[in-house]
Design a protein around this ligand. Structure first.
Ligand code: CP3
Length: 343
């Protein structure tokens, strides 16, 4: 096995960590903006296999990252289940809301999702042919809780208030939605792996707003079910979980969810993660994405600090959250050079 990402995920400590970046295909790159313009809009780009593969490859060509992440979005699954989805420029996603049993009953289930998602699997097939042989292809989906927060509110919310409210007021309905999403996510990811995804990442961007027992029930448990089901179908498949802002709940997450890698955000230190999270397996993260905007000596010293702190165990270098549109592409280059010169 030669791919560095796969070696780190298998638990190997490498001389320098392999590297990729959340949202590495995105608006900070002029070539991405050009291809999105060609596609028309963001969703048309997601559902155009040739162009989605092209934007996935752009950061690989420009920077030589060790992994490529499929270009798609976590909100394609709700759309495939029958929710309306659109993006308002400068504001973000909008969806038809799930507030009642009647709203829930409009959602489909089972094989029907593939009618919408087939172009995504085609993107994966193109990528598995076109990627350089040393580059690992990562497929992904949103975690049920995070996807549910968007479906319930019909948009992004600062505190996931509407989802917490539905959980408090109609727990049975809330749990049915989590179950439906868990099932759909397994079907969706299964097809991505069959098409050629070598690693799966589960994005739970809003996991941190679940506390106590709710975290275990709605963040940890769905991640565990999805992972064990995927691994029963594909025993060698590595899985990365990203329960963002989980804090102390990062401790033991590898073992409890059965995942190979836990991605950490920037609210915990790399030193803390080395001590409390890395004993469970590979750790990925945690450089503040603002360094991609500001660059300079702070970027270099923070990068070195993280590499050093996590150097005694398996580590994949990444940001603590996605790179933002105002980032400078030169800073990405500087980060990669710094990581690769750390050995
Ligand atoms: O390069 C990659 O990381 C792969 C593609 C990818 C996108 N979204 C493309 C995208 C991935 C893995 C995601 C995950 C995603 N999508 C998450 C989880 C990770 C996170 O950031 O917390 C979430 C919560 C979403 C939902 C979503 N998609 C929102 C809230 C938005 C609007 C905010 C924004 O950044 O504009 C999107 C749009 C989106 N998804 C863009 C991209 C490149 C920007 C759209 C554009 O080009 O206009």
């Amino acid at each position: 096995m030669t791919k560095t990402i796969l070696r780190a995920l298998a638990g190997e400590t490498l001389p320098t960590p392999p590297i990729w970046m959340m949202r590495q295909a995105g608006r900070y790159l002029p070539e991405y903006r050009a291809t999105r313009g060609e596609a028309g809009d963001f969703l048309s780009l997601c559902y155009n296999p040739e162009l989605a593969a092209e934007v996935t490859l752009q950061p690989i060509r420009r920077y030589g990252f060790d992994a490529a992440i499929l270009f798609a979005d976590i909100l394609l699954l709700p759309q495939a289940l029958g929710a309306d989805l659109w993006f308002v420029t400068g504001e973000g996603p909008r969806l038809s809301t799930i507030q009642s049993q009647a709203d829930f009953d409009k959602l489909g289930r089972g094989e029907m999702i593939h009618d919408t998602l087939n172009p995504v699997y085609e993107t994966v097939r193109i990528l598995s042919k076109e990627l350089p042989k040393e580059t690992t292809l990562i497929g992904f989906a949103g975690a049920p809780w995070t996807v549910a927060t968007y479906m319930i509110a019909g948009r992004g919310t600062p505190d996931q208030g509407p989802a917490h409210a539905l959980k408090a007021e109609n727990r049975a309905l809330f749990e049915k939605l989590i179950e439906r999403l868990t099932e759909g996510t397994i079907d969706y990811l299964t097809e991505q792996v069959k098409a050629g995804a070598e690693v799966i990442k589960i994005f739970d961007s809003w996991a941190g707003s679940l506390k106590g027992e709710d975290f275990d029930k709605y963040a940890l448990e769905p991640a565990r079910i999805i992972t064990s089901e995927l691994k029963s179908r594909f025993p060698d498949l590595p899985v990365i979980a990203f329960p963002r802002q989980a804090g102390d709940n990062y401790i033991g997450f590898h073992e409890k969810a059965g995942v190979d890698c836990v991605a950490i955000d920037d609210s915990v230190s790399a030193e803390w993660a080395a001590q409390h999270v890395q004993p469970g397996g590979c750790v990925q993260g945690n450089l503040k994405n603002t360094h991609m905007v500001t660059g300079g000596e702070a970027l270099v010293s923070e990068t070195k600090r993280i590499v050093k702190a996590l150097s005694n165990g398996p580590h994949i270098f990444n940001l603590g959250h996605g790179i933002t549109p105002d980032a400078d592409p030169e800073n990405v280059k500087l980060m990669i050079e710094t990581v690769r010169s750390c050995g």
